[in-house]
Design a protein around this ligand. Structure first.
Ligand SMILES: NC(=O)c1ccc[n+]([C@@H]2O[C@H](COP(=O)([O-])OP(=O)(O)OC[C@H]3O[C@@H](n4cnc5c(N)ncnc54)[C@H](OP(=O)(O)O)[C@@H]3O)[C@@H](O)[C@H]2O)c1
Length: 352
């Protein structure tokens, strides 16, 4: 679908000054369909030029036209219809529904509403059909806008891998994450806690991975999602890596595939974003690497402009059936890029 740059739609960013907000600005700067026109954050930033309000931490410069923009308060009705949210979860709790009620379409990264029955939790390659929940959400809440979420940054990596293996019947899943520090926002984890160290606890993360994965792979029945019946057990750790969450995954199946069949299913996996050639869609949602020491965050997190999940080390497991290592960019595929891809699909499907 081609839209000329003169037709770019103005979009807003809630939480524009944060780690995820900065990725939104970087990714939207040259986006063919969406133009970042309205930036909002907390009272701390309100009224300041973006350059002064944001602690910009990306290697590229702040895009021209953004640095001098005034950051506004997160007040519904002031910004464009489509707003992306990189809000802190506490702030999202009140702000996001207020925007949806006022007619904005909110495409959010925050955890606050992901597990609500009428809120779609979407990965376009995996469960594009869950967007139909918007109709029930609007009817039930009386909203003229909408609220759609993308998963937690670790959940998205696991769910894409499991979606590719779904044809073999997912039964039990064990995952251990090695999560980058950028996943904790800025300034995030104190340097004295993380340098030369591994922290074996991230508050609420294991529960999110276990519940969100089952919702994403679940089936729509009437006006809600029936979670996938597989059992998911997660352990999460924070490691001294800047970007890229690595996950070691073991899976038991109803019909265990051979290594060759599983490898082919991973490498050949495609979804609607690839069919529709959406602007942010990677050519391959999963890149499979045969080298025995890959994937690695420093070498592989940016594959597919940060939107591909890289998988390697597929082998048999002595406890479950198969095991592998997966990696995804936590602030791109795990956050801003995920939300932008959701909005692209929503545009094509007529939800904007
Ligand atoms: N980092 C990741 O890899 C990642 C991945 C997936 C999902 N997420 C989720 O995305 C969201 C943002 O994460 P982050 O890492 O970008 O956090 P962050 O760097 O701490 O940024 C938080 C943003 O929220 C704004 N904010 C905080 N309190 C507010 C309030 N009361 N009213 C209005 N705005 C407020 C901040 O504005 P000020 O600058 O003005 O304070 C800032 O723009 C979180 O919900 C997080 O769980 C993050």
């Amino acid at each position: 679908m081609t839209i000329s740059s003169s037709e770019r739609i103005d979009v807003g960013i809630l939480g524009a000054t944060g780690t995820v907000g900065q990725q939104f600005i970087r990714l939207l700067d040259r986006h063919p369909w969406f133009r970042p026109a309205w930036l909002a954050a907390s009272e701390r930033s309100e009224g300041r030029a973006y350059l002064e309000a944001a602690a910009w931490r990306l290697p590229s410069s702040i895009p021209a036209g953004i640095a001098d923009q005034r950051v506004e308060a997160c007040v519904p009705g002031r910004g464009p219809k489509l707003v992306f949210s990189g809000l802190d979860a506490g702030a999202a709790q009140d702000i996001e529904p207020a925007f949806a009620a006022a007619g904005h379409v909110v495409v959010s990264n925050a955890r606050s509403f992901r597990m609500e029955a009428r809120v779609p939790l979407v990965i376009p390659e995996v469960n594009a059909d869950h967007l139909t929940l918007i109709a029930h959400q609007r009817r039930e809440r009386g909203w003229t806008g909408a609220l759609v979420t993308n998963p937690n940054c670790s959940t998205v990596v696991l769910s894409i891998v499991l979606a590719a293996l779904r044809p073999f019947g997912l039964s039990r899943v064990m995952v251990t994450t090695l999560q980058a520090v950028s996943g904790a926002g800025y300034p995030g984890v104190p340097s004295l806690d993380i340098l030369g160290n591994v922290v074996p606890f991230i508050a609420g993360e294991e529960e999110k991975i276990e519940s969100e994965t089952r919702k994403i792979l679940g089936a729509i029945q009437d006006d809600a999602v029936v979670p996938h019946p597989m059992a998911v057990s997660a352990q999460t750790t924070r490691v001294p890596v800047i970007d890229g969450h690595t996950e070691t995954v073991a899976v038991a199946f109803e019909r265990a595939p051979s290594i060759a069949d599983a490898r082919a299913a991973l490498a050949q996996f495609r979804g609607r974003p690839q069919e529709l050639e959406l602007p942010t869609a990677p050519a391959a949602p999963i890149v499979y690497l045969d080298a025995p020491d890959r994937p690695q965050p420093r070498l592989d997190a940016d594959r597919g402009c940060g939107m591909s999940v890289t998988v390697g080390r597929l082998r048999t497991c002595a406890v479950l059936d198969l095991k592998l290592v997966a990696l995804g960019h936590n602030t791109v595929r795990g956050a801003a890029g995920a939300a932008i891809l959701n909005a692209e699909l929503m545009k094509v499907d007529g939800w904007l």
